[in-house]
Design a protein around this ligand. Structure first.
Ligand code: URA
Length: 442
């Protein structure tokens, strides 16, 4: 019997499961344009309310992954491990983790994304390095990985095209924050990217898509199950995004902070998350126990070998590696502005999404799809949740190319900061580790 989209919508609306044949038909027809957006919207909303079984989610992920190119990394020797963050503010971990892992002999062939909404993207950060190319031919991408041990590029145009179309539709139909749909979206791209192992950094808190730890663990379980189902070793860490990660938000400011961290002089929170992510990637590649891998990772910060890897990758991708060796050479924003505490007390809370939006307002992100990014713009945070501040004390410095941007961005930033007389409860940095067998809570 011919499959009809109308019947599939009714099936899902009534809480039933779709077969593989039905899911394959739906994804293929949607990409070909024979299923219209309004029917797909109705289906997505039905999923939002009814959910999907593990089998449906895994099947749909495969269908979306196979809607475009499946990258074949077999000409890169050895085990290749990917890392993916669900997105955050000040999250420059790829710039640190990829060189650490490569310095320990595990190949990293990574495709990254651009900033989305209030969150930054690795590709934009890398493009703040003069000359750095994020679009390479497949041959050149493989050559850079084989030569230097790592390469980070933008997603190729034909990677999971069904996700591109579905994501744009979800964005305007209030169906982004559905755990199975996020899992399908992220994991389809990871499966298409062709790595052998995947470490997922699932962010939780006010700056993340998932605002609670329990939802983040659910999402992590779903994604780990999809990865393992597809024969990839997959592990997820649930990490904090209730406070921006590190101190710098904004593209070349984040590259500078990544370099500091690779020299062993980075902020504690950022360094710790990076060591944990790198340790888990190396563990998946069979380099030893997690503890041994973290020890090896730390050593690459102490002996400078991870920083050397970043320098090599930047050079191999056409970038000016002298700015990595001396970050003072990075272009600086012409204007800066001190943000001062409005009262005495402890910073109790920072709405991290608003901190990200303030940075976008300064020019570090895109206000519209086609906006140009100002690579020098952003924020250096001097006081974070848990710090005591005096009225009039500097809590952050803003950077921008136009002075008139400061006022609105400051309003947004100040509204994100809650100052109270009592010390706030400690916020953990890493909440849990999710594998196919268990959830370890820390
Ligand atoms: N990132 C993605 O790639 N997809 C989602 O659905 C959410 C975050």
């Amino acid at each position: 019997m011919a499959i009809r989209m109308y019947d599939l919508i009714i099936k899902k609306r009534n809480g039933k499961s779709l077969t593989k044949e039905e899911i394959d038909y739906m994804v293929t027809s949607y990409v070909q344009g024979t299923i219209p957006d309004y029917q797909m919207s109705a289906f997505l909303m039905a999923v939002y309310f009814q959910g999907m079984t593990k089998e449906e989610t895994a099947t749909m992920t495969q269908a979306v992954a196979h809607s475009g190119d499946m990258v074949d990394l077999s000409s890169i020797h050895g085990m290749k491990v990917d890392k993916h963050s669900t997105g955050g503010v000040g999250d420059k971990t790829t710039l640190i983790v990829a060189p650490i892992v490569a310095a320990c002999g595990v190949k990293v062939a990574k495709m990254s994304g651009r900033g989305l909404g209030h969150t930054g993207g690795t590709v934009d950060k890398l493009e703040s390095i003069p000359g750095f190319q994020t679009t390479l031919t497949e041959e050149k991408f493989f050559e850079v990985v084989n030569k230097t041990g790592l390469s980070v590029i933008g997603q190729s145009g034909n990677l999971a095209p069904a996700d591109k179309k579905l994501y744009a539709l979800r964005d305007v139909t209030a169906t982004v924050d559905s755990i199975p749909l996020i899992a399908v979206s992220i994991m389809s791209k990871k499966l298409a990217a062709g790595n052998d192992g995947i470490v997922l950094d699932v962010k939780t808190g006010s700056g993340a898509f998932m605002k609670t730890v329990e939802d983040s663990i659910e999402l992590a379980k779903e994604m780990v199950s999809i990865g393992e189902h597809a024969g990839k070793k997959t592990v997820a860490l649930i990490t904090d995004m209730d406070i921006p990660l590190g101190k710098n938000i904004g593209n070349n400011l984040e590259v500078k902070e990544a370099v500091q961290t690779l020299k062993g002089q980075g902020p504690k929170d950022l360094t710790e998350v990076c060591l944990q992510l790198a340790g888990n990637m190396m563990y998946l590649a069979g380099k030893g126990s997690i503890e041994e891998c973290i020890r090896l990772a730390k050593k690459t910060l102490e002996d400078g070998s991870a920083l050397c890897k970043l320098v090599e990758m930047v050079g191999a991708q056409g970038g000016d590696s002298s700015v990595i060796l001396d970050t003072e050479k990075f272009e600086k924003a012409p204007f800066s502005y001190d943000v001062l505490a409005k009262e005495d007390g402890y910073i109790h809370d920072m709405n991290t999404e608003s901190c990200g939006i303030a940075s976008v307002m300064l020019g570090a992100g895109r206000e519209t799809k086609d906006s140009e990014i100002d690579y020098t713009a952003g924020i250096i945070i001097e006081k974070k949740t848990g710090d005591y501040v005096k009225k009039g004390e500097r809590i952050a410095v803003f950077y921008a190319s136009k002075e008139e941007l400061f006022q609105d961005a400051e309003e947004r930033y100040q509204s994100a900061i809650q100052i109270q007389p009592t010390e706030p409860a400690h916020i953990p940095l890493i909440y849990a580790r999710v594998t196919k067998d268990k959830v370890e809570r820390f």
